[in-house]
Design a protein around this ligand. Sequence first.
Ligand SMILES: [Zn+2]
Length: 172
Amino acid sequence: MRELCRLARRGYETPLKRETFGFVYGTLTQERRIIVRRVCYYRGGTKTRTGVVFKDWPTIRRVIIRRRELARSMRLRFLGNFHSHVEIAGEVFRGLSGDDRDSFVFDRMAVIEVIVFIWPGDGRIAGRSSRTIVGFEPATGYNYRIRVYAKRRGSLFHVTARVLPSGVVIVF
Ligand SMILES: [Zn+2]
């Protein structure tokens, strides 16, 4: 959870405000809950302000191989990808972009997609919802919102995510 925010911040603070991108790992419980335990930054892909693009098959293959290696070394299940949406000129794009949707739908191994929204603020976050994790970091002056999407029968749903005191995120 902290790591997600740290990575989003790093993307935000690069001169052109890029998205950050990486993989989400964890476990599935018997009650069909998803527990997110680790996130890993992935340096590949072309990162823009609104999406991350993998242009060709060799690049996509490298992503898949890397995902498997990480899963094996952490002994966790690959759950999906995360990326950030950064504030640009006072606005932060709040949903999933068309590219985000497509890449998630076509990624057959991904069960969730995590988006971290980041924008400078004062902690007065409008539009709080019980399904979304929101936070303010006084030390840096950033607001964060974390949304998790899941796939069910080919459609995408915004699902409920909660943070436990240990920093682990549970998805319902
Ligand atoms: Zn996006």
